[in-house]
Design a protein around this ligand. Structure first.
Ligand code: ZN
Length: 166
């Protein structure tokens, strides 16, 4: 196993064992529900925005290990950031997961989130990793629900066939 893969495995395990900011946020000002029918991930992201900053953030729901680790790291990464910086990070994460941003060469703010770069080679897991960020984006924009299927799918043309459409 490569060093990058080992780090990825360690991070996923760590965040599943001890998810950060897990649980419904008291007095959330914004929230959104995220669905990934492909895998069955179903999460909620809660935000408390104050002065255009992410004052507090939490998540809960049922999801696979990749989605949960991504959500956990996301909450840690955007807490205390401005809404603009959080949106920028969400865009960078989605670009990285889709292979549009090379974390080794491009300018970005991803930091430890770089461990998710490998999902770009795993089409069935891309949506799992992206779902929390997609849901964060929805919550920031006061959209009640985000889905990785349908019109707001952040992964157009991913080549992942839906059951029954193959
Ligand atoms: Zn999943």
């Amino acid at each position: 196993m490569s060093a990058a893969n080992q780090l990825y495995q360690d991070v996923i395990l760590d965040h599943n064992r001890k998810p950060r900011n897990f649980g419904k946020l008291a007095a959330a000002s914004h929230q959104a529900e995220g669905l990934n029918p492909l895998c069955g991930d179903h999460i909620w992201v809660y935000l408390r925005l104050k002065d255009a900053q992410v004052d507090a953030i939490g998540f809960d729901g049922q999801s696979c290990a990749i989605c949960k680790a991504s959500a956990s790291m996301m909450t840690h990464a955007v807490k205390g950031k401005s809404v603009t910086a959080a949106e920028e990070l969400a865009q960078e994460f989605r670009d990285m997961a889709l292979g549009r941003l090379d974390p080794e060469s491009a300018e970005h703010h991803l930091g430890r989130l770089k461990v998710f770069a490998g999902v770009r080679d795993l089409p069935t897991r891309v949506k799992c990793a992206i779902l929390p960020w997609h849901t964060l984006h929805a919550a920031l924009n006061a959209v009640a629900q985000a889905s990785t299927e349908g019109e707001d799918d952040p992964v157009p043309g991913s080549g992942v066939e839906q059951p029954g459409h193959a």
